[in-house]
Design a protein around this ligand. Structure first.
Ligand code: PFF
Length: 453
């Protein structure tokens, strides 16, 4: 427990569950399946695997090292490692601003999810006619009041966990929710795979179509890999500062990455076979989960309702553990000697809910939908900024710092737990991946993305 507030995870298992809880979220279950389908299924998957394991995982290890070495929040961690170059603190700051923006968007989508869970539970979702789900979603998401209620409830839950503390809140909730999430997902996969015609869904998800994999698809794969692993924004620096001293960073990072990847793929396996078996359009995009899946559940008869409750519960729980990590990062940053943890969490929650409300009002046909920034509605602008632009920029700066500005001895010392673990693997990780492969790949994809735009 090296942090300024004395907070920390009690065990490696707890730390892995919390970090996996941050990684596994709406990005895996809501975003990954439709992006994968859109950009060529198996072809996208190949590029995605590369980004996840050779860039995302390397960044995760780097952030853990920076966090545990310093025991500080991202803004203080960089200058602590390079006191003569205080300008690096801005990398931490941009990361935290990105967390703030992501949390606002995240709250809006989590609010929709909670509403759909509630509607499945009370049964109103099953009374909607087959051709009414699109209109139902648009009407709900664009309405000024109802989404706010669910956003507020979701944020309240998140804030309560943060106020409870890192070990008693974040770690305990993650240890409870992550296994439930896996069980629910496996249940959904089995149900989906046993439907007639499920094979077409699997083939849509896995057979590679390279003609659909454009430059835009490659940039989307990178953005998705970073977003999904929660790296580049400093959240893993924060969790790194809570890691137990004897945690094997390399091993934990591999576990978290494998778990995140597996859950994304399983989500595709839970969704697409069901969509195909019920004759629905798999290219539903972001609306797939809210407009197409409820219809799929309705066509399954009485079990559909159970399926629907389970699915939206799964999505809400996954979103909760991710939102917790975002709010934790912001809370840790603000809290210190002058402001304690609880007021910090409350101040940050109040600030972020204002932005979330603005984003919600500007969604679809909402009351602020006429206001445009860079030609986009505010919600879409935020989504673009946090989905494809800011994370790769922050990630590039983080890995350049790690590979080129941090002292190599500090890195090796931290990775080997002060010489307790064998270091030969870390040399490969450091000399090849962290110094060259990851920064170069990030740079190339970023430049290509800018040129393409
Ligand atoms: N990894 C989360 C997801 O896949 O939904 C989202 C996320 C959480 C992104 C925390 C970034 C972050 F810092």
């Amino acid at each position: 427990m090296a942090t300024k507030t004395g907070e920390g995870f009690s065990s490696s298992f707890g730390a892995i569950m919390a970090a996996a809880g941050s990684a596994v979220g709406l990005g895996n279950i809501w975003r990954f399946p439709y992006i994968c389908g859109k950009y060529g299924g198996g072809a996208f998957l190949i590029v995605y695997v590369f980004f996840v394991f050779f860039i995302g995982m390397i960044l995760m290890m780097s952030e853990f090292v920076i966090g545990r070495r310093t025991g500080e929040d991202p803004v203080k961690a960089y200058p602590k490692l390079r006191p003569h170059r205080p300008g690096w603190r801005y990398v931490g700051l941009i990361g935290l601003v990105t967390c703030f923006l992501i949390l606002a968007i995240y709250l809006v989508i989590s609010g929709w999810t909670l509403n759909y869970f509630f509607e499945s539970l009370v049964g109103t979702l099953s009374t909607i006619p087959d051709d009414g789900f699109g209109a139902h979603f648009n009407q709900f998401a664009s309405s000024p009041l109802r989404p706010m209620i669910f956003i507020a409830v979701f944020l309240l839950l998140t804030t309560c966990v943060i106020v409870a503390g890192v070990e008693k809140g974040v770690e305990r909730v993650s240890k409870l929710l992550m296994p439930i999430l896996v069980v629910l997902l496996v249940f959904l996969c089995i149900r989906s795979l046993t439907l007639d015609g499920a094979a077409a869904g699997l083939s849509y998800l896995f057979s590679p179509d390279f003609s659909k994999l454009s430059g835009e698809g490659i940039l989307a794969a990178l953005g998705q890999a970073l977003f999904s692993l929660s790296v580049g924004m400093g959240v893993m620096i924060v969790y790194g500062s809570y890691l137990p001293k004897d945690d094997n960073i390399l091993k934990s990072s591999i576990w978290i990455t494998v778990c995140d990847f597996a859950i994304a793929v399983l989500s595709g396996v839970a969704i697409f076979p069901a969509v195909f078996a019920c004759g629905q359009d798999p290219t539903g995009g972001p609306g797939l989960v809210y407009q197409v899946l409820p219809l799929v559940f309705n066509t399954m008869g009485p079990v559909g309702r159970i399926f629907s409750v389970a699915f939206f519960l799964l999505l809400s729980l996954a979103a909760l553990t991710s939102a917790i990590s975002l709010l934790e990062a912001l809370t840790q940053w603000v809290s210190g000697e002058k402001i304690k943890r609880t007021p910090s969490a409350i101040i940050m929650s109040l600030m972020v809910i204002v932005l979330a409300i603005a984003a919600s009002f500007s969604f679809g046909e909402g009351i602020w939908s006429g206001i445009k920034i860079a030609g986009m509605q505010f919600f879409d602008f935020l989504d673009k900024l946090t989905g494809t632009i800011l994370p790769p920029v922050c990630a590039l700066l983080t890995i350049i710092f790690f590979g080129w500005f941090m002292k190599k001895d500090d890195i090796m010392d931290e990775l080997s737990n002060h010489g307790m673990l064998k270091t030969s693997y870390f040399k490969v990780f450091y000399y090849i991946l962290a110094r060259f492969v990851a920064p170069l790949a990030l740079l190339i994809v970023l430049i290509a993305g800018i040129i393409n735009n």
